[in-house]
Design a protein around this ligand. Structure first.
Ligand code: NAG
Ligand code: NAG
Ligand code: NAG
Length: 312
């Protein structure tokens, strides 16, 4: 080392790099903290077939809708093969890992559809699942129930009960959904259950008075997080709260952060006609907190400010 070379200027870049590293790390933690919630969604994807999803505009929108969700419960998947879902997964996989679980084709006539869960396999796993044994044939498409792990110490798992009712039997099916709740919560000893999907629980399919006399309304402990009056339909000419999320269980409700419809036409600036090529429904979504973990946000801001001031 040549003599007389000042030591100080050599040390500044090192300190600078170290501090910059700290800032980047803090920002990363902040970003991760910002997406801390776990999002569960349900979407009636209106007769989803391979022919439909290979249209680029439909596929782009669907992928963006799916990418918002840690677990998505798709309804009206009309495909006897796996190809529609595999195609979507292939488009989704680019940065994150996804997996899926589908029911068999369900329905009383030649028209049949599946329930399909698409989920972030790096964040959650399927613990178990079954097709509800609908011995009295109450449901046109009996719930395909699944239990998922959650990245939360407060609530390590949650049961999902999807239902797409048939419009002419809404009241009967929704009352029977209470029996499905009893069946699954006993079977898996888990009272943290989320019932979700296109219940057709409004407008011509279910009068307000009938809605309020449903077992899932009169029994204690069920929390309808998509409120009545929220429009879940794409058409400007309709205003119905068809799609719903109903939560049961203390653990679930403690973690509830937000619930809303996702107005994808507005978010992606689609005309009604463009949106209808994807679906006539909005997705409904619920966000669960993972609860207190790691450093509280105000400590992070302090850390960040400190790092920034050190840089100056
Ligand atoms: C998923 O779909 C495939 C193809 O239709 C079917 O063979 C399989 O049984 C389905 N899975 C379940 C759990 O029903
Ligand atoms: C469904 O329930 C009926 C009547 O209780 C029973 O006979 C049948 O074995 C059950 N099926 C399954 C798959 O559990
Ligand atoms: C739908 O109707 C409800 C009242 O039932 C109203 O509060 C809401 O603003 C309406 N939404 C739209 C999009 O028109």
């Amino acid at each position: 080392m040549p003599s007389g070379q000042p030591v100080f200027p050599r040390r500044v870049p090192d300190a600078y790099i170290a501090m910059r590293g700290l800032v980047v790390a803090s920002l990363l933690i902040l970003l991760v903290g910002g997406t801390d919630a776990f999002r569960i969604c349900a979407f009636n994807a209106h007769r989803l077939t391979l022919t439909k999803v290979i249209k680029e505009s439909v596929m782009d929108t669907l992928v963006q809708i799916l990418a918002r969700c840690d677990i998505m419960v798709l309804q009206e998947v009309v495909d006897s093969s796996q190809n529609t879902v595999l195609f979507l997964l292939q488009k989704l996989q680019s940065s994150k890992s996804y997996s899926f679980l589908n029911s068999s084709l369900l329905g009383r006539s030649t028209y049949k559809e599946k329930y399909v869960y698409i989920y972030r396999s790096d964040k959650t796993q399927v613990l178990n699942f079954y097709q509800y044994n609908d011995t009295e044939d109450i449901f046109a498409r009996e719930p395909f129930v699944a239990q998922f792990t959650l990245p939360s110490k407060i609530l390590p798992s949650v049961v999902l009960v999807p239902l797409h009712t048939t419009p002419k039997d809404v009241e009967k099916e929704l009352n029977a959904l209470y029996d499905v709740f009893l069946d699954v919560s006993q079977r898996w000893q888990n009272e943290n259950v989320i019932l979700l999907g296109d219940f057709n629980a409004d407008c011509a399919s279910l009068a307000k008075k009938r809605l309020n006399s449903l077992l899932l309304r009169t029994k204690a402990g069920f929390h309808w997080v998509i409120p009545d009056g929220e429009d879940t339909t794409v058409r400007a000419s309709t205003n119905c709260t068809y799609d719903r999320i109903v939560m049961h269980g203390q653990g679930c409700q403690k973690l509830l952060k937000a619930a809303a419809t996702f107005d994808f036409p507005r978010r992606f600036q689609l005309t009604e006609e463009e949106a209808l090529r994807v679906s006539d429904h909005y997705p409904v979504e619920v966000e669960l907190n993972k609860a207190a973990q790691g450093i509280p946000p105000h400590c992070l801001s302090t850390l960040l400010l400190l790092s920034l001031s050190q840089l100056g």
